[in-house]
Design a protein around this ligand. Structure first.
Ligand SMILES: NC(=O)c1ccc[n+]([C@@H]2O[C@H](COP(=O)([O-])OP(=O)(O)OC[C@H]3O[C@@H](n4cnc5c(N)ncnc54)[C@H](OP(=O)(O)O)[C@@H]3O)[C@@H](O)[C@H]2O)c1
Length: 290
């Protein structure tokens, strides 16, 4: 099986992440665990992705009630842990000091790993003081249970207001952004992250596989000799400080998406897609799991 090279990007402090990672939403179920889910097929798909070059795996404690983390744990067994980059997220209901420490411990147990490469606040919660949340997260970093920290679904103003509430650098904000969904552009988040040296990890780059293949995509597919979905992924990762994660468990999808890397879209085409891609919306009608 061909092993692909996945490029990485670096922040000024030397922190490095692969430009494309594997998502695990709908692995093991939806919000709830699906007792009829084909767990073996999910584990096989994750293993295949790693064998083909994926190192970054994104999961969360609330995907399938923790079952997604368990299946990731089964899949990574047997691989060199140091070569993997595992991200998990703490649910917004668990942002109080003790709850967060317990949540992280449980994630580590389900993943059968002694540390997370990256731990994200899944989404903000105004009910719990952020200082308390970061006190717990900073403690996890001090203990070596979490190597890096970040947030998810934070708008620009909120991100700007919390950066100095932790002793650690916020290395990423994981948000919904693709050719259709443009909230991070409209909100100024893309520019803010580029300016502040923070990765913008974009989720749902393929709009769940339903990306509209507009004529402008066809035109660029022909120009670069790439498929429309490769164009959609490359449009994101060709932009400064932007990374992405997509769920892909079918081998033909993994191959296609890994073929979206290692080439740079010209700036004028990035801007053309930014302006001319039809059907753009600020937000999605599909509710992301937050
Ligand atoms: N932080 C948050 O709040 C948040 C919210 C949503 C998602 N996420 C994370 O981001 C990850 C990615 O987002 P997502 O899974 O929602 O959406 P996505 O990556 O845009 O779409 C995944 C779907 O697209 C299919 N697919 C993948 N590559 C394809 C290709 N080349 N051609 C056709 N179909 C293709 C996959 O099928 P197969 O699996 O069958 O290959 C899967 O059904 C999630 O899995 C999750 O880890 C985070």
């Amino acid at each position: 099986m061909k092993k692909y090279m996945i490029p990485t990007k670096k922040l000024n402090n030397g922190f490095e992440m692969p430009v494309l990672g594997l998502g695990t939403w709908l692995v093991g179920g939806d919000k709830l665990r699906n007792p009829n889910n084909d767990d073996l097929a999910n584990v096989k798909g994750i293993k295949k992705a790693i064998e083909m070059g994926i190192s970054h795996i994104d999961t969360a404690e609330n995907y399938a009630e923790g079952h997604a983390e368990k299946l990731v744990g089964q899949a990574i067994k047997g691989f060199d842990r140091k070569k993997l980059f595992i991200t998990s997220k703490v649910d917004k209901r668990n942002l109080a000091y003790n709850d967060l420490l317990i949540a992280c411990k449980k994630s580590l147990e389900r993943l059968k790993t002694s540390y997370l490469d990256l731990y994200l606040i899944h989404s903000p919660n105004d009910e719990i003081p952020i200082d308390e949340t970061f006190r717990a997260i900073d403690e996890l970093v001090n203990k070596g249970l979490v190597k890096n920290i970040g947030v998810s679904n934070f708008k620009t103003k909120r991100l700007a207001s919390i950066q100095n509430k932790t002793k650690n650098k916020i290395v990423t904000n994981q948000v919904y952004y693709n050719l259709i969904i443009r909230e991070p552009e409209i909100d100024g988040l893309v520019e803010y992250c580029q300016d502040q040296d923070i990765f913008l990890t974009t989720y749902r780059p393929l709009e769940l596989g339903n990306l509209f293949i507009a004529p402008i995509i066809k035109e660029l597919s022909d120009k670069y000799g790439k498929t429309p979905f490769q164009i959609a992924i490359n449009w994101l990762v060709s932009q400064d400080k932007i990374l992405t994660i997509t769920k892909m468990l079918r081998i033909e999808h993994i191959k296609e998406n890994l073929g979206a890397l290692n080439w740079q879209m010209e700036n004028r085409d990035i801007e053309k897609l930014r302006i001319k891609f039809p059907g753009q919306k600020e937000k999605s009608d599909i509710l992301p799991l937050k």
